[in-house]
Ligand binder design. Structure first.
Ligand code: PMP
Length: 444
């Protein structure tokens, strides 16, 4: 492999904007993850416009987009059906802070589509909806501890921004990881209420739950770990979570912020045929506008419905965002739409596997067609949990990603994240992507 990363040519306007941004925006960005979203590339690219699966930066370079706003723009950029519906709302009022009819229709559609959803509440971001689900679980059980899995990401709020990306030394032993706050500013009291467990390890889970009998309100997981390079659940592992939670009176929460409405109309809970008590949605739900939801079985949501458990939000399910959700889910409820997304992604996954084989580079391509990632493991086996990811070849990932970017393929720069596929991707775009993949491998 080259190991050498060159600055992209023809992106000087992005460079100028980043220099300018640092004088007014903290760090030049609006989200800490965008500081690292460039990988080893020294400044972020500033996108100016998008249409379908294509985006254009401020220097006029065009890319086929597999970031697709972290999976949110699932119908593609500036999707005509969304633009038309949202334009109508712009003319009639985007927000009243009152009840509105699109939010009711959207909740009904979610209840139709998602197995666990009997009652829904809306929020504006995945982090907020996770907070809502955790509040509901604690309110319902009267317990305070939450068990999460090392490396899984559930948003930036204090509640669960713990052991997202700990270093091996600070994280302690594999089987009994230490809860590590993701950032200074997260109080110790919050961290004390979080138990951290390795993913895909039944014995470690049972040991932890046994040690905290009667204390655990919820177990939360990403059913496909989008934020750990799409590490998959081991066969039967989600069933085990379901059984253990049922037996112990613990609320099982699936964080479907990435998988929801993308891995099929009913998300990961249908894909794996395991129904959680609560699920959290965002990203594909909004088609690019900020809306999120937590939804669950009636008995768990009932204290919220009764007003005992509180949840608020000025902007929740505004007519603008609820309409965006409604238009998007009406599309994604058609199985042929999610099938196209999945088939398209599988074609790219196969192309990566073929190129890796031809160029004799060990790696695994993991996930499902709708969301997947390549991991350069030493022997080419897929990752089982977060600690495996600490031993993948990140330099090679960055080199691969950068070669793709030079060929007009835009993916997440972060090796622990993943590719997201849009419903608009065309055969021609897939051909171009597969060719770029092969060329990129020949440089590694
Ligand atoms: N859960 C998961 C699985 C996520 O991937 C994310 C965001 N990447 C969140 C929660 C938080 O969502 P948001 O960034 O909208 O707060």
């Amino acid at each position: 492999m080259t190991g050498q990363i060159q600055t992209l040519s023809g992106t000087h306007t992005s460079h100028e904007w980043f220099d300018r941004a640092q004088a007014s925006l903290a760090g030049g960005v609006s989200s800490s993850s965008r500081l690292t979203s460039t990988g080893p590339h020294p400044y972020p690219l500033y996108m100016a416009s998008g249409s379908g699966t294509r985006i254009r930066d401020v220097d006029g370079n065009e890319y086929i987009d597999y970031l697709i706003s972290y999976g949110s723009a699932v119908l593609g950029h500036a999707a005509p059906e969304l633009t038309e519906a949202l334009t109508a709302v712009l003319h009639t009022g985007t927000m009243f802070g009152t009840c509105n009819t699109p939010e009711v229709e959207l909740a009904e559609l979610i209840c139709e589509m998602v197995p666990c959803a009997q009652l829904v509440r809306f929020a504006n971001s995945g982090s907020e909806a996770v907070q809502g689900a955790v509040r509901a679980a604690r309110g319902y059980t009267g317990r305070s501890k939450i068990l999460k899995f090392e490396g899984h990401y559930h948003g930036w709020s204090d509640t669960l921004a713990i052991s997202n990306r700990p270093g091996e030394a600070e994280a302690g032993s594999y089987a009994m990881p230490r809860p590590v706050p993701h950032s200074p500013g997260i109080p110790a009291g919050v961290v004390d209420d979080v138990l951290v467990c390795p993913w895909n390890d039944p014995a470690a889970l049972r040991t932890l739950l046994d040690a905290h009998r009667g204390e655990v309100a919820a177990v939360i997981c990403e059913p496909i770990v989008a934020n750990n390079a799409c590490t998959m659940p081991a066969p039967g592992y989600l069933d085990l979570l379901r059984e253990e939670c049922t037996a112990r009176g613990i609320v099982l929460i699936f964080d479907e912020v990435c998988t929801g409405f993308r891995t099929g109309p009913a998300g990961a809970q249908a894909l794996f045929d395991v129904v959680p008590d609560l699920a959290v949605f965002s990203k594909a739900l909004g088609g690019g506008l900020p809306i999120a939801a937590f939804a669950g079985q009636r008995h768990v949501m009932e204290p919220l419905a009764q007003g005992h458990v509180k949840h608020g939000g000025t902007y929740n399910a505004s007519p603008l965002c609820a309409t965006s959700g409604l238009v998007t889910l009406r599309q994604l409820s058609q199985p042929e739409v999610t099938k196209h997304i999945d088939d398209s992604g599988m074609r790219i996954m196969e192309a990566i596997r073929r190129a890796a084989h031809d160029h004799r580079i060990p790696c695994a391509v993991q996930g499902v067609g709708a969301m997947f990632q390549i991991v350069f493991t030493t022997d080419g086996t897929p990752t089982r949990h977060y600690r495996d990811l600490l031993h993948t070849d990140q330099a090679r990932y960055h080199a691969f990603r950068h070669e793709l970017l030079k060929r007009g393929i835009h993916t997440n720069a972060y090796g622990m994240a993943c590719w997201f596929v849009a419903a608009t991707v065309t055969t021609q775009e897939l051909d171009a992507t597969c060719q770029a993949v092969d060329e990129a491998f020949s440089t590694l």
